[in-house]
Design a protein around this ligand. Sequence first.
Ligand SMILES: Nc1nc2c(c(=O)[nH]1)N[C@H]1C(S)=C(S)[C@@H](COP(=O)(O)O)O[C@H]1N2
Ligand SMILES: [Mo]
Length: 529
Amino acid sequence: MTVVEPRPVVHRPGRLGRFATAAGRAAAIGLPTAGVALGVAHVVAAALGRPQTAPVLAVGSTVIDATPRPLKDFAIREFGTHDKVVLLSGVYLLLVLFAVGLGAVAGRRRAVGYAGLAVFVGIGVVAVVTRPASTGIDALPTLVGGVVAAVALIVQLRFSQTTTAADAARPRLLNRRQFLVTTGAAAAVAASAGAGGVALGRTNTPGSRSRAAVRLPAPADPAPALPAGVLTTMPGGSAFVTANRDFYRVDTALTVPQIDANAWRLTVHGAVDRPATFTFDDLLRRPMRERDITLNCVSNEVGGPYVGTARWLGVPLAPLLREAGMRAGADQLVSRSTDGMTIGTPLDAVLDGRDAMLVVGMNGEPLPLEHGFPVRLLVPGLYGYVGACKWLTDLEVTTFDAFDAYWVRRGWAARAPVKTASRIDTPRPLTTIAPGQVRIAGVAWAQRRGISAVDVSVDNGQWQPAQLADGPSPDTWRQWVLRWDATPGLHTIRVRATDGRGDTQPEARAGTFPDGATGWHTISVTVSG
Ligand SMILES: Nc1nc2c(c(=O)[nH]1)N[C@H]1C(S)=C(S)[C@@H](COP(=O)(O)O)O[C@H]1N2
Ligand SMILES: [Mo]
């Protein structure tokens, strides 16, 4: 007689259900493991005072440098100052996919899982140590994160599988609970370490501590008093001076470089007879100049936000270069920063008498970290990418033939004086406003040449001269206002400026690449009936 063994009744989930269970389990193993690696690395990096050595940031920075120019251009255009958030989100998304994949293979073949983790850590280490200005020790946070993550993975795998007879005999529930507990613990470690790292990285940084200790000297050559007509505030529009916290920020740095002003050095070298090195105190002992200057980015679209005016305090650059003794034939000044940026400035622009400065102060404070602490270059009349190197450490006198700077290598113009531009700040585009007397107002700039007129046209009608507020020099923007009797309906408003030489902004639209946008800022508004 044959005994037919009764088969246990099991509920087999459908295909979709099986996939979901497998994916969930893979995620439950992989995500906390990756999270532990990154969170622990982040907190160690922050505790060591080198937050930029957190592997996610190092990978992100590597991605930025490797991004082809059109894509980077697109990112800045589409996401503006959020481009870094978008990029980091992309890096995190790839990480999640990798981590889930790791969880999936680790659940089946542990050895492959550990190998996957090693690859994961390896990518981080390579990214960290190949960053400019990195040292071997910078691999430490990533390695510590990797080791702790490996332990987390071992523990999790132990509880995620029933491998021994004894395990199998145990009630499934316990096993599952243990699995959830270990996974939850790993996730908690990851989250708290990550949060701790971010918080530490914000406050306990060498840069912010050093900046707090800086005392700026009074300028020997103070900024001229602002003319009475300057509008210190402007309802709905741009105040003459842009507050530091509102000043636009454009750079390739994922974490703000942390520089101790006491350890900082500026080297002046290249085609000079007397190369020299300056400490921060050396600079502060020189006579200081203070000026109001408008700075803007070549990536600013017509009507865009990447422009601001600040009161800068700094050391005049031309005398310092003359002391070094520039050799004949040199035509380019290359600035280098601690984070590996290179910026090429025409030497004649630095030497022609304009207020080219090594800037240490912005609106009465030491330079904010985001704007280049402790020292940045500023050359009025040039877009930032050819004249405003932040976190400056090195000045090389050379030629345009001999060296292409960072953005020039990516196709942007080597010489880029700012183009005349004007912007309508109020009314806001695509808003609905009440009929009657309306102030149309904004700013216009053409550093070095100055602004001589701003005209506004409503509904393609006659150009009407706007009222121009005063400005202290041709290197700052000018505010403008025009009163308009708004009638119900949809209206378009456009603006154009004329510079100090009498040249009016061309109507033809050009994109920002390769040397700055052109065209008239045009908006439409609805006036309610
Ligand atoms: N080290 C460094 N300096 C830099 C940049 C950068 O990416 N790295 N960006 C430049 C660009 S493109 C501009 S427009 C200005 C912006 O200065 P801000 O961020 O202080 O407004 O800085 C310039 N200096
Ligand atoms: Mo820029």
